[in-house]
Write a protein of this length. Structure first.
Length: 281
C-alpha cells in the first residue's frame, strides 16, 4: 500500500461508447504490469458502467454504489476500498472498482462524495486511473477532472466527435472549471470500419491538445469486450500485449513508476564492506 498521494489520471471521452473504457483499462493494466506498482482503476461511469462485463463479472459483489454509506459519511478507509475492488487475473497489482449499477441513483452522488473517494484512492495506490463518462452533468466527471494530475481526452477521427463534441464539451466547459485545453493530452481511437479523413495532427490542433497515443478498436479487441475476457487478452495475446503500450510507457516514465531493479549483494562483498565500515551486517 502507498503512503503518499499517488497521481490521478482521468480518462474522458468526447463522445460515449467510442472506446474510452478500453483505453483507460488497457493503460491501467500496462502500468501495473510494467511498473510493479499498485494501480487503482475507478470506473466512474455513473450511467453506463460496463467494465465488469468486459472482465466477465456479470454480478459483481461490490460496486461504486455499494460504498454509498461510507461516501455519505466521509468514513471510507483504504482497507474497505481494497476489499471492494476486483483483483484482475494475471495482474495482482491492478485493483478495479466496478462502477455504479444503480443508474437511477447517478444524480445523487455529490462532489463531496467523489472527492472523498478520490482522496482515499490517492492514499491507497501508487497511481489512480479514473474512467469517467463523456457527459459533464454529474459529480464524478467534474470532480475527477478537477482533481486530476493528468487529463486524457479520448476521441476519434470522426468530425462529429473531435470537433463538435470536443468543442461543445471539452473546450467550452473546461474553462468554467479552470482547466485549459492544453491541460489535456489526446488518445485517438481508430474504429474498425475506417480511420476517416483526418490525421492525428489535425485532430490535436483542432482540440488544442498534445498527442499521447492511439488505439485501434480491432475486431479481436471488440470480441474480448463481448466475451468478458479483456484482461486475459491484454496479457496473453500478442496483439493484446501491444495495446496502449507506448502511451503507458510515457506515463510510467513521467511519474517515475519504473520497476526498481533489486541488486543482490554477494556475501563476500557484504563482508568486505563490513570490514571497511560500510555496513553492519
Amino acid at each position: 500500500m502507498s503512503y503518499f498521494a499517488g497521481p490521478i489520471i482521468t480518462f474522458l471521452g468526447t463522445t460515449p461508447n467510442i472506446g474510452t473504457t478500453a483505453a483507460a483499462f488497457a493503460s491501467a493494466c500496462r502500468i501495473a504490469e510494467e511498473s510493479g506498482r499498485s494501480v487503482g482503476y475507478l470506473c466512474l461511469n455513473l450511467k453506463s458502467a460496463k467494465v465488469h462485463r468486459f472482465l466477465g463479472v456479470d454480478k459483481p459483489g461490490a460496486t461504486l454504489d455499494s460504498l454509498r454509506p461510507e461516501l455519505l459519511t466521509g468514513s471510507l478507509q483504504p482497507d474497505k476500498l481494497l476489499r471492494s475492488m476486483h483483483r484482475c487475473r494475471g495482474v495482482p497489482d491492478l485493483h478495479v472498482l466496478f462502477g455504479n449499477i444503480m443508474r437511477d441513483q447517478a444524480e445523487f452522488f455529490t462532489i463531496e462524495e467523489m472527492e472523498h473517494l478520490l482522496t482515499v484512492a490517492e492514499q491507497t495506490f501508487s497511481i489512480v486511473i479514473a474512467d469517467v463518462g463523456a457527459y459533464w452533468d454529474n459529480a464524478a466527471t467534474l470532480c475527477a477532472l478537477r482533481k486530476a494530475h493528468k487529463r486524457i481526452i479520448v476521441t476519434t477521427s470522426a468530425l462529429s466527435h473531435f470537433q463538435e463534441d470536443g468543442q461543445r464539451w471539452m473546450k467550452q466547459l473546461s474553462a468554467m472549471y479552470g482547466i485549459a485545453a492544453h491541460d489535456y493530452e489526446a488518445i485517438i481511437i481508430h474504429q474498425p470500419w475506417g480511420k476517416g479523413g483526418f490525421h492525428v495532427k489535425e485532430i490535436c490542433k483542432e482540440l488544442g491538445v498534445t498527442f499521447l497515443g492511439e488505439l485501434a478498436l480491432s475486431e479481436p479487441l471488440l470480441s474480448q469486450l463481448d466475451s468478458g475476457t479483456l484482461d486475459e487478452w491484454l496479457l496473453n495475446d500478442e496483439r493484446g500485449k501491444a495495446v496502449m503500450k507506448e502511451p503507458s510507457r510515457k506515463l510510467i516514465e513521467q511519474y517515475g513508476l519504473k520497476r526498481q531493479m533489486r541488486m543482490t549483494v554477494q556475501p563476500w562483498y557484504k563482508k568486505l564492506l563490513t570490514h571497511r565500515g560500510g555496513v553492519s551486517s
